[in-house]
Design a protein around this ligand. Structure first.
Ligand SMILES: O=c1ccn([C@@H]2O[C@H](COP(=O)(O)OP(=O)(O)O[C@H]3OC[C@@H](O)[C@H](O)[C@H]3O)[C@@H](O)[C@H]2O)c(=O)[nH]1
Length: 386
């Protein structure tokens, strides 16, 4: 059953606040406060003049976050496509803190240099402006392939480009994996299940996708990307991992992202009406970004070849979720109903038995803790934009 606002608060306080993320076994464990510094403080060396008309960068006073020291054998060269995006930049943070050599590749269509600027100039880090639909060569040991707009308004804005990114981009990155013998992780999506007829969704479910609807460019693009991954695995012996990511939120979502969590928080912070599409009876299950990053790295390190759902099964109706954000951020705003969007999936919740049993992964951060951090982040962003 979808949670009501009252049970959400109770559950969050029952679970308690998480102060560590990751797992010791995978080397992903860090204090949450270490990660928070990367998105809640300005580490760029930027100094704005008192009049606010000039910005100086003092690279001499700038210090990088500490990264672990790895032996030559442990240290990997890791490519993250979409590395300046919302999820990509958090993955880059974790891999950098773990001590790896990281190449973040992005065309900056929805990604943003600011998301990774705290690493610019670090000896272990490279940022490459490159569109994944063009071939690319680099010597790497692992490829996390994230590049693709993920928010419905963004991926529907240029559907041909979205299909090309998923299909041609994935072929290019699988080609790179083949040449370099790198292990390849595809970030697929819960959208491969379309408007699901099975609930909750297991990885064995084949989905219910409209192949010619407005969401098809993303849904079908990712379905072909999965097909390509397994074709390369079978035909070329590439080591492939496939994560099906469910709704994820957190700091560094683009303020114009258009997805529900950032929309509602920003609307409430600005004192605007919260826009529920349709009656708000449709459901989603929200996961905080650090849990996802844990899952992605654990999957990459595992022997699991089948697709794995990564999501938090806590399910909310969108109407209830709007009420949660309204009561948490700004009780003076209204919730309004706008027309529903075409082919909007009506129910979504991951079955994460596979991730639990095969990876030992489970989301640890209560939705409310994530929401509070995201509110903190967007409050800061909105101040900067003003
Ligand atoms: O302002 C808004 C935004 C969204 N919504 C609704 O909230 C629900 C969630 O919408 P979002 O745009 O956040 O995300 P969706 O679930 O539709 O798609 C997402 O699915 C999983 C991921 O792979 C992708 O990040 C994205 O495609 C939808 O029912 C949508 O109609 C609103 O009611 N108001």
């Amino acid at each position: 059953m979808p949670r009501s606002p009252s049970t959400l608060g109770e559950e969050a306080s029952l679970k308690g606040r998480v102060t560590f993320v990751g797992s010791v076994n995978c080397g992903t464990r860090f204090e949450l406060s270490e990660l928070r510094k990367l998105y809640l403080t300005d580490l760029s060396g930027r100094r704005q003049s008192p009049a606010g008309d000039v910005i100086d960068y003092d690279v001499n006073t700038r210090t990088f976050p500490s990264v672990r020291m790895l032996s030559h054998r442990e240290k990997k060269r890791i490519l993250v496509t979409g590395g300046a995006g919302f999820v990509g930049s958090h993955l880059v943070d974790r891999l950098m803190l773990m001590g790896h050599d990281v190449i973040a590749m992005d065309n900056f269509y929805t990604g943003c240099k600011k998301n990774v600027e705290h690493w610019l100039g670090h000896p272990n880090f490279e940022l490459i402006r490159h569109d994944v639909i063009e071939p690319m060569m680099a010597e790497v040991d692992e490829i996390y392939h994230l590049a693709c707009p993920a928010s419905p308004p963004h991926y529907q804005n240029n559907p041909i480009k979205t299909v090309k990114t998923s299909v041609v981009g994935t072929i290019n990155m699988l080609g790179l994996a083949k040449r370099t013998k790198a292990r390849f992780l595809l970030t697929s999506t819960s959208e491969v299940y379309g408007d699901p007829l099975e609930h909750p969704q297991k990885e064995s479910y084949w989905g219910n996708v409209n192949p010619i609807g407005p969401r098809a460019c993303y849904d079908e693009g990712k379905r072909v990307a999965e097909t390509l991954a397994y074709a390369y695995a079978q035909q070329e012996g590439i080591q492939v991992r496939v994560a099906r990511i469910f709704n994820t939120f957190g700091p560094r979502m683009n303020e114009n992202d258009g997805r529900v969590v950032s929309n509602f928080i920003i609307q409430a912070l600005k004192g605007e009406d919260l826009t529920v599409y349709g009656e708000g009876e449709q459901t989603r299950s929200f996961q905080y970004v650090h849990d996802l990053v844990d899952g992605l790295i654990e999957l990459m390190q595992s022997d699991v070849k089948e697709p794995v759902n990564l999501g938090n099964p806590d399910e909310y109706s969108i109407a209830d979720f709007a009420e949660i954000i309204r009561s948490t951020v700004n009780q003076s705003v209204n919730i309004i109903n706008l027309p529903s969007t075409t082919d909007d999936p009506q129910r979504r919740r991951p079955d994460i038995t596979r991730a639990k049993e095969w990876l030992g992964w489970t989301p640890k951060i209560a939705v409310m803790q994530g929401i509070e951090e995201t509110i903190e982040y967007f409050s800061k962003v909105i101040l900067e934009l003003d």
